[in-house]
Write a protein that binds this ligand. Structure first.
Ligand code: ATP
Ligand code: MN
Length: 465
């Protein structure tokens, strides 16, 4: 018993120690055979591949083997053998079989292969047992690990920014309120407004939409930091690219200008893609075959080619002379919609594009203002199939300019006193960006819907499990 005695299926499949006894544990994918011999295909999530278990029917008894159906969990001890079967090198000749948990074939929802992704979303509690979600979740893990490795190797510190926040100034999206007040009978002020002074934190609090403002505090003390945590947006946008709860990676660097920021973003994305091609080959091959014929080629193409860098002005020129009819009209001052972004990336350049110099009116207050008085040092990284995958900027480090902008936008300055203190004391040029983890996951898995790249998606009207 115990984990020591167990070999992961991934390891067992690579082993050449034929003749030795091993134990594997996992969930049955299929069982077939005849009166003499049963073949059980077993998976434990460590690899996309199953291991074949060969069981002698008279030895274990027909009655017992009948209970080993799709979805059942078993432990198998037996001899590792070279396999004669097609498509596999090894198999296990079962010496001992233990049934941990049966799965009634009449009720188990994953009895058959080939369920739609829509159906699997309804059984999100069981879908990690499918090949598709096994692959997606292994890739998700590998990416998360690679992200930490990239920054660690560069000397960045992982800064844990708060999930509950009292700052509503960022304006990145609608927020979820956090409260312990009795919502059917909240305390009221004299003016009959809800009195948040009585609330748990003595003020209004929400779930964070971004860790950036706090990451800036970190960068202006520790030089290079990054966050990697959940962010929340109560935007009611039922799109295949938006979640209400998603994960964001936000590096923030002192002494970086916008060029350095772009260089880092490009290096970072390419590093992740190269590692993934190397480490998750089998899962990528599976997804390529099942969902997106061009997936691996597309990942390689992005990993191996320089990103295009243009200004917002140039982007507007290209789009307005493209001759293409867009749903949202293109004109200077308008934000780029994903149809515009994808046109630039997929049709015009055929490569990822970084756009800088956006009109200041469509970007956040903290972005560094250019001397033209109209644009800011923003940068969006646009990817094929996805559109915006990264949003970032050089930050305004000048206290006066920042205060002026805050005033113009009617942001309550008192609430940002702590943020402004960094510009008051030892301010420095600095930059950063935010990468939506699930947007990157969409790109590397070929999945079309963001609900299928996170284990438990949170979207409007959906938070059961
Ligand atoms: P979009 O215009 O696509 O809604 P945004 O401009 O609101 O994005 P930012 O506030 O710049 O996005 O957030 C940084 C990154 O977080 C984006 O580039 C994107 O990758 C990701 N992101 C933003 N909103 C969501 C969401 N609702 N679900 C998943 N990822 C998101
Ligand atoms: Mn948004």
């Amino acid at each position: 018993m115990g984990i020591k005695a167990r070999t992961r299926v991934r390891e067992a499949l690579l082993s050449k120690e034929f003749g030795t006894e091993i134990t594997v544990k996992g969930w049955v994918r299929t069982r077939r055979g005849n009166k003499k011999i049963a073949f059980i295909s077993l998976n434990d999530g460590s690899t996309i591949k199953n291991i074949q278990i060969v069981a002698d029917v008279p030895q274990f008894g027909e009655e017992f083997l009948k209970k080993i159906t799709t979805g059942a969990c078993i432990s198998v001890t037996g001899e590792l053998k070279e396999s004669m079967g097609k498509g596999q090198n090894v198999e296990i000749l079962a010496g001992n079989l233990e049934l941990y948990g049966p799965a009634d074939p009449l009720k188990y929802p994953l009895q058959k292969k080939g369920h739609t992704l829509e159906f699997l979303r309804e059984i999100a509690h069981l879908r990690p047992r499918t090949n598709t979600f096994g692959a997606v979740l292994r890739i998700r893990h590998a990416l998360a690990y690679a992200i930490h490795k990239f920054f660690n190797d560069k000397g960045f510190l992982y800064l844990h920014t708060p999930i509950i926040t009292g700052a509503d100034a960022e304006g990145a999206g609608e927020m979820f309120r956090v409260t312990t007040l009795d919502i059917s009978n909240p305390p009221r002020t004299n003016g009959n407004r809800i009195d948040y002074r009585e609330d748990f934190f003595g003020r209004e609090t929400n779930l964070t939409v971004s860790g950036q403002l706090e990451a800036e505090l970190g960068a202006l003390a520790l030089s290079d930091v990054y966050t990697f945590g959940p962010t929340f947006r109560a935007e009611n946008s039922n799109t295949p690219r938006h979640l209400a709860e998603f994960w964001m990676i936000e590096p923030e660097m002192a002494f970086y200008d916008i060029e350095d920021n772009m260089d880092l973003a490009e290096e970072f994305l390419k590093y992740l893609l190269v590692r993934l091609l190397d480490e998750c080959r089998e899962d990528l091959e599976f997804l390529t075959e099942m969902y997106d014929r061009d997936l691996i080629e597309r990942i390689k193409h992005v990993a191996e080619n320089d990103f295009i860098r243009i200004t917002y002005n140039e982007a507007i020129d290209i789009l307005s002379t493209s001759g293409k009819e867009f749903e949202f009209p293109v004109h200077w001052g308008a934000d780029l919609q994903s149809e515009h972004e994808r046109y630039l990336v997929e049709n015009h350049f055929g490569k990822p594009v970084i756009i800088t110099g956006y009109p200041r009116d469509i970007k956040a207050f903290y972005m560094k203002q250019n001397d033209d008085g109209k644009t800011v040092r923003a940068m969006d990284v646009l990817f094929p199939k996805i559109g915006e995958i990264i949003g970032g900027s050089q930050r305004e480090e000048d206290l006066e300019k920042l205060e002026k902008r805050i005033q113009e936008l009617n942001i309550p300055k008192e609430e940002l006193w702590w943020y402004l203190d960094t510009r008051r004391f030892g301010t420095a040029p600095h930059s950063g960006f935010g990468l939506g983890f699930e947007r990157l996951m969409l790109f590397v898995t070929g999945m079309g819907n963001i609900r299928d790249v996170i284990p438990f998606p949170r979207t409007p009207k959906n938070a059961e499990f």
